[in-house]
Design a protein around this ligand. Structure first.
Ligand SMILES: Cc1cc2nc3c(=O)[nH]c(=O)nc-3n(C[C@H](O)[C@H](O)[C@H](O)COP(=O)(O)O)c2cc1C
Length: 216
């Protein structure tokens, strides 16, 4: 399903680095080549949220993944790198997680670095651009920027896990969102957020049993 496909994943300085890491890992597991870009602030978030300790200087794939297979890491300042070009054969760009700063720059065509440029290229070439914001609450500027990018053709896929699958672990919550992204990209997402109507068991959440409610 994913063999030979080239997907650009950009991780920015929003909370939710775990979503980006899981997405990259799964895309390359399914045979895709991931063109990965990690913004400078994303490195800080990876440190605070995931405990990564990065050596001075340029980031290496091995600093993030034990097995570098299937991942091509680009410097976020390298505007000459493949994701910058419409003819490089990259079929989709996913900004995951997407900070409000990066969203704003994409919304205004402010292609100051590789991430914004890759997003800009996806839009101009009519390719898939998926933005995964985590921010809450949202101010009017965020909402206007979301409206603007959506109008230009981007897909906004907020990191908002559902609870109808009855998640039990943090991994379940992460996989719900990553499954939505995989699905949107046409990758196999069966193991991620597949919905099957469960047998309804009342009383699990402390609410009154036999309330007579139907559905979810
Ligand atoms: C631990 C941590 C969590 C953050 N979470 C968010 C967030 O959820 N959303 C956001 O827009 N910015 C968040 N920020 C702030 C961004 O990192 C900051 O605005 C940065 O300039 C974004 O840069 P970038 O878009 O180039 O990656 C966070 C910063 C840190 C250190």
């Amino acid at each position: 399903m994913g063999t030979g496909r080239r997907i650009c994943v950009a991780m920015t300085g929003s909370s939710g680095a775990i979503y980006g890491l899981r997405l990259v890992d799964e895309l390359r597991r399914q045979g895709a080549v991931v063109e990965l870009v990690v913004s400078e602030p994303a490195r800080r978030v990876l440190h605070y949220e995931e405990g990564f300790e990065f050596p001075e200087g340029e980031l290496r794939v091995q600093d993030l993944f034990a097995d570098p297979k299937g991942i091509v890491l680009h410097d976020p300042k390298a505007v000459e790198a493949a994701p910058s070009s419409g003819s490089a054969g990259i079929e989709a760009v996913v900004v995951c997680p997407c900070s409000m700063g990066t969203l704003g720059r994409i919304a205004h065509g402010y292609s100051i670095g590789l991430i914004e440029r890759a997003a800009d290229v996806a839009l101009k070439e009519g390719r898939t651009l998926l933005l995964v914001p985590r921010e809450t609450p949202l101010n009017l500027i965020h909402l206007e920027n979301m409206y603007k990018v959506a109008k230009a053709g981007a897909i906004l896929l907020p990191a908002s896990p559902g609870f109808y699958n009855r998640p039990k672990t943090l991994q379940d919550l992460v996989d719900f969102v990553v499954g939505k992204i995989l699905d949107r990209l046409g990758f196999d997402a069966k193991e991620f957020s597949h919905w099957e109507t469960p047998e309804r068991e009342a009383g699990q959440n402390g609410l009154k049993k036999d309330s007579g409610e139907e559905g979810v």
